[in-house]
Design a protein around this ligand. Structure first.
Ligand code: ADP
Ligand code: MG
Ligand code: MG
Length: 209
């Protein structure tokens, strides 16, 4: 069915992009962390591609497919990013029961952000993935619910907002995660998790176009 194919194509594109950006993400993490974000994300998404290749995936609806993505990330990615990416994806996947529509995709995005913040306790400005996610999710929701834009246009605006969020992390002093150990020395560096969030959204847009 169409949505299944779209999800699988999106996963393939995200996994390929993460593989491509592996050393860049690791460089960003070596400046303010422990130089493993690229490897962590790549291990996770390669495992996701393999998991979705199996027969189990054949019978699954969009919600269960996305849930499996989250579960696979949790069990293959350690550190801070694994539970944040994987756990939030898993928990938000329930919003996609009955398929992916403009409405359910907004619910998914909002729940995903909520779960990241529930678990990570990072507010905006702490120099984390939240700084990329908040503008992306709010822009997506507003574009659909208030401006009545088609989902693809909304997603494109969300990617732009996300990109601004990533740039906004550069001058910030880290308040959460490993980078916070560096305190003021984290200033001037772009956050790795915000950056990988942008890459994922860019690939979702690319797939949807
Ligand atoms: P680790 O820091 O455990 O090595 P990664 O390097 O894979 O894990 O991921 C680091 C990224 O995780 C950071 O760049 C940041 O975006 C994100 N992160 C860390 N802690 C938090 C948190 N409490 N809330 C939100 N995001 C966080
Ligand atoms: Mg790290
Ligand atoms: Mg680590």
């Amino acid at each position: 069915e169409i949505q299944r194919e779209a999800i699988l194509a999106a996963i393939d594109n995200v996994a390929a992009r993460i593989a491509e950006e592996k050393s860049y993400l690791t460089d960003l993490d070596s400046a303010i962390g422990d130089a493993d974000h690229g490897a962590n994300m790549n291990r996770g998404f390669q495992a996701v591609v393999e998991a979705l290749d199996g027969d189990d995936a054949e019978e699954m609806g969009p919600d269960d497919l996305v849930k499996m993505v989250g579960k696979t990330i949790i069990s293959n990615v350690g550190g801070a990013a694994g539970p944040l990416y994987g756990g939030s994806t898993m928990l938000a996947s329930a919003e996609l029961e009955g398929g992916i529509t403009a409405e359910t995709s907004v619910a998914f995005a909002e729940t995903y952000l909520q779960k990241v913040q529930d678990r990570g306790k990072a507010e905006i400005g702490a120099k984390t993935m939240v700084d990329a996610l908040v503008p992306a999710v709010h822009t997506y929701k507003k574009s659909i619910e208030q401006d009545d834009l088609p989902p693809l246009t909304a997603l494109s605006k969300a990617v732009d907002a996300c990109e601004r969020g990533v740039r906004y992390t550069v001058p910030l002093r880290a308040r959460k995660g490993r980078a916070s150990y560096l305190d003021w020395r984290s200033v001037g560096h772009q956050d790795p998790g915000a950056t990988s969030t942008l890459f994922i959204l860019e690939e979702l847009l690319e797939t949807a176009e």
